[in-house]
Design a protein around this ligand. Structure first.
Ligand code: F55
Length: 829
């Protein structure tokens, strides 16, 4: 079918949302106009690049009109505003999504068709902004999409990194990091606002003075100033005429040249100083969990937070309201503790600049901030040395001490018989080097603390923040994550979207719970046939990509088993590859085995300093090389590593996946969101009882998910009892064979120690993530999957039941829960 002919059936019709006073030129006319007048290029003929940039600018015009109207409306209505602070955003490519949201897809198709081009080839021109590491950054972008679609007065705030997350290449099986200079051609999706500029201070000293009432006042001065310049990115709601923005701060030198050294003849020195200021927004830190305790990272945090608080206060002051109304008119959501320094920063502004008293200022902060926790890994909980904060942000350290002094005083008063409690909940950890615990600061300074799945929130309450639950019993709450159905179904899976809209109408795009009506269709043979065809189309498209990029032919009728996510020991890509090796051994032992062909696909980046994660990537690539070239197994087993996993690649993989691997050690994955994307698109999950997997199981039904292995309680109990991985090594001969192969030169001829670190970590190292304990259950579950996949009727029914059960996991639902439970905002469309 031709796309143009069915688009109008897929989505809500245009006129329902198109603002009055619509333009009198077409998208194509405007694109041509921009090619000449904005890009300065001949528009009498077009190539892909010109068509792409012309379209971007024409789409942008339409977003800007809506955005300014929306901003005016917020102001006129005196709306309460949400500030979503995140050091990371992962929006993916923009063009297709923006056309879709604005209802411009048809016009774009027509325009491109006239110039013998197609949208598919044009969107390839775009490079995606990799301004995030993984789940946390992508969640922020899904939420921005839902906030716009719900018509919320919401602003995203972050950093405009010059270099996003590194581009991953695989050379000789190893990860090699390349810089991601995503702005090398500029990006017209990002509008620089050189007049939105704030000075941000670092270092310096604190001066004390007495005000007229004899009150001790503080004044932070001196040090270095860096300018924060705004760059805005636009987020259109789905066909509702609403456009929000994400403001990304860019560091600029305070003065073009430091005059003193310039005059002293140190020209190069003065230029270098300018360069070092710009460093602050140069590059995203590539670590997904263990935060790096580098000064530059703390500078990034304070830099974007200080500029954001300024922007918020600037807008608030225009309203001429008393300060106690700040939290009635605003709410600030902190995405992890990375922006938690916002709490002492606002205190500083209120105390030192606005001259409020402590109680009044503190009361405002505690009503304004809310904190989302995304991980319980102890090494991921951020702490900063007191000495460092004292030097970089001397006034903030004073304020943190004072917050802590007052807080601990209260704790002592209320828990007189627990003398240990104050040191456990203190914002400052004792020890040879005192450190500020950013999570404690965020908890004490907020009115809400939330986890991102039921299990995760329970663990926060029971273990990680157990002491705080008694101090602040009403502060903790759960907001199970969600994903946007616009990008993760409508946009990435057009065949299935078409089938859904044909049977359910198109309201599922903004009300995903409608998908439950699919349950009535599972017994419809024709529907199941169409469902299978959609999946096959998507699998063929992925197979073509693999052929093109990896040069390996995969069978689209094989089971596509996919694990894509950051590489981390707790996510247990190792468990997956151990099973693949044992499968390989079995096929070689029984060459005539009747088995469903399988294609195992991996993707994901390892933090450049995380050696074990890099070793695991190398192991997967070495196993792939061996397996893919073995004539005995070639027809049954393929192993593919897709380099440079990112949002665009996810959009290709998600709709083509049969089996979704979500196999973290129970208790470690806070939620997961990849798990939701796959199941929404009809994949079956093999997973542990971890994070949101549990809730997915509850909604798709026991029979439609493959849960296996130890649950969180069992992991804890086994660890308490004393876990010995050697027991599993000794008692399971298949497993032993696999481990011994890793500990030999089987996959790296001539080098028998390539994977000794992996072998040692699993055995002598005590296997901290209990890979061996879950191995047998995992292998047996895969056997079941392989068996059930062959029963096509059964499998397709299960696939449909997955999509049908996933309505709950829409980010629209999640954002509505934040609105009702935390933000108290008025959605207005
Ligand atoms: C990034 C940098 C630092 Cl320093 C620490 C953590 C991160 C980060 O990206 N964490 C992260 O992605 N956490 C993930 O958040 C997702 C969204 O809530 C969860 O689904 C996922 O389970 C969790 O690991």
């Amino acid at each position: 079918k031709d796309v143009k002919d069915y688009l109008h059936l897929l989505d809500k019709p245009l006129d329902e949302f198109e603002a009055p006073g619509a333009r009198n030129s077409t998208l194509g006319e405007d694109a041509l106009w921009h090619v000449l007048y904005s890009l300065g290029q001949d528009n009498t003929y077009l190539n892909k690049r010109k068509a792409y940039w012309g379209l971007v600018l024409a789409v942008r015009d339409r977003m800007l009109e809506k955005w300014t109207a929306v901003q005016r409306k917020y102001y006129a209505n005196d709306d309460k505003r949400l500030y979503y602070l995140s050091l990371e955003f992962l929006p993916g490519k923009f063009l297709r999504g923006n056309l879709l949201a604005l209802g411009l897809e048809n016009e774009a198709h027509e325009f491109l068709h006239e110039h013998d081009l197609s949208l598919d080839e044009i969107v390839d021109e775009e490079c995606e902004p990799g301004l995030g590491n993984g789940g946390l950054g992508r969640l922020a972008s899904c939420y921005m999409d839902s906030m716009a679609t719900l018509g919320l007065p919401a602003y995203g705030y972050g950093i405009r990194y010059s270099y996003g997350l590194f581009r991953q290449e695989i050379r000789n099986g190893h990860q090699v990091e390349q810089p991601d200079n995503w702005l090398h051609e500029g990006s017209h999706w990002l509008i620089p606002r050189p007049h939105n500029l704030f000075p941000i201070r670092f270092y310096g000293t604190v001066n004390e003075w007495l005000d007229d009432d004899g009150m001790l006042r503080h004044d932070w001065r001196g040090g270095d100033l860096v300018m924060a310049m705004a760059n805005d990115m636009y987020v259109p709601g789905y066909r509702n005429g609403h456009v929000n923005s994400i403001r990304l701060w860019e560091a600029r030198p305070h003065k073009e040249f430091v005059l003193s050294s310039f005059n002293a003849g140190d020209y190069i020195g003065s230029v270098q100083e300018k360069i070092s200021d710009e460093n602050i927004s140069m590059v995203l830190y590539p670590s997904d969990d263990a935060p790096e305790g580098k000064t530059l990272r703390l500078k990034q945090q304070y830099f974007f937070v200080a500029a954001t608080m300024r922007d918020m206060v600037r807008r608030f002051k225009k309203l001429n309201k008393p300060w106690d109304q700040l939290p009635e008119k605003n709410v600030v959501q902190l995405n992890e503790t990375h922006p938690a320094i916002a709490i002492p920063e606002l205190m500083r502004m209120l105390l030192d600049e606005e001259l409020l008293g402590w109680e009044e200022a503190w009361c405002i902060c505690q009503k304004l901030f809310a904190y989302t926790n995304h991980t319980i890994l102890p090494e991921a909980l951020e702490t900063w040395p007191v000495k460092l904060i004292e030097r970089l942000l001397p006034r903030h350290m004073q304020i943190i001490y004072e917050i802590n002094r007052r807080f601990l005083e209260e704790v002592r008063l209320h828990f007189r018989d627990e003398p240990e409690l104050p040191s456990r909940v203190s914002l400052i950890s004792a020890g040879p080097e005192q450190r500020v615990r950013m999570s404690h600061l965020a908890i004490v300074g907020s009115f809400s603390v939330n986890g991102v799945s039921s299990l995760h929130t329970q663990i926060l309450k029971d273990r990680v923040f157990h002491d705080f639950i008694r101090i602040f019993p009403d502060r903790f709450n759960n907001k199970t994550n969600g994903i946007t159905p616009r990008r993760w179904l409508r946009q990435c899976n057009v065949p299935l979207s078409w089938l859904l809209s044909e049977h359910l109408g198109c309201n599922w795009i903004t009300d995903l719970t409608q998908l439950k009506k699919l349950r009535e269709l599972v017994d419809d043979v024709e529907f199941r046939h169409d469902w299978e065809q959609c999946r096959l189309t998507n699998k063929k498209r992925l197979a073509d990509y693999i052929e093109k990029v990896n040069g390996i032919t995969v069978n689209p009728h094989s089971i596509f088993d996919v694990q894509v996510k950051r590489f981390h020991e707790y996510k247990r890509q190792l468990l997956n590859i151990l099973h693949i090796i044992s499968l390989y051994n079995n096929i070689r032992r029984n060459p005539d085995v009747k088995m469903q062909p399988c294609t195992f696909i991996f993707g994901g980046k390892a933090a450049p300093s995380y050696q074990m994660a890099k070793d695991i990537i190398y192991l997967i690539n070495c196993v792939a090389r061996r397996v893919n070239s073995d004539p005995h197994t070639r027809n049954f087993l393929k192993v593919i590593f897709l380099a440079n996993y990112n949002v665009s690649l996810a959009q290709l993989l998600v709709p083509a996946t049969d089996v979704s691997e979500q196999i973290s050690t129970a208790g470690y994955e806070a939620s997961g969101t990849g798990n939701m994307k796959f199941a929404l698109n009809g994949a079956l999950t093999i997973g542990t009882r971890d994070g949101a997997n549990i809730e997915i199981g509850e909604r798709v039904g026991d029979g439609n998910i493959y849960l296996f292995g130890l649950c969180e309680k069992e992991v804890l109990a086994l660890r308490r009892r004393g876990y010995d991985p050697w027991e599993f090594y000794k008692n399971d001969s298949e497993l032993r064979e696999v481990l011994d192969m890793i500990n030999s030169d089987q996959f790296t001829p001539g080098d028998s120690t390539a994977f000794s670190s992996i072998f040692n970590s699993l055995l002598t190292g005590g296997d901290p993530f209990m890979v061996l304990a879950d191995y047998r259950a995992y292998v047996e579950t895969h056997k079941r999957i392989s068996h059930e996949y062959v029963d096509r009727d059964l499998w397709i029914k299960k696939s449909i039941m997955n999509t049908a059960g996933m309505g709950y996991f829409s980010s629209d639902r999640a954002v509505k829960e934040y609105i009702d439970g935390i933000w108290s905002l008025e959605p207005d469309v």
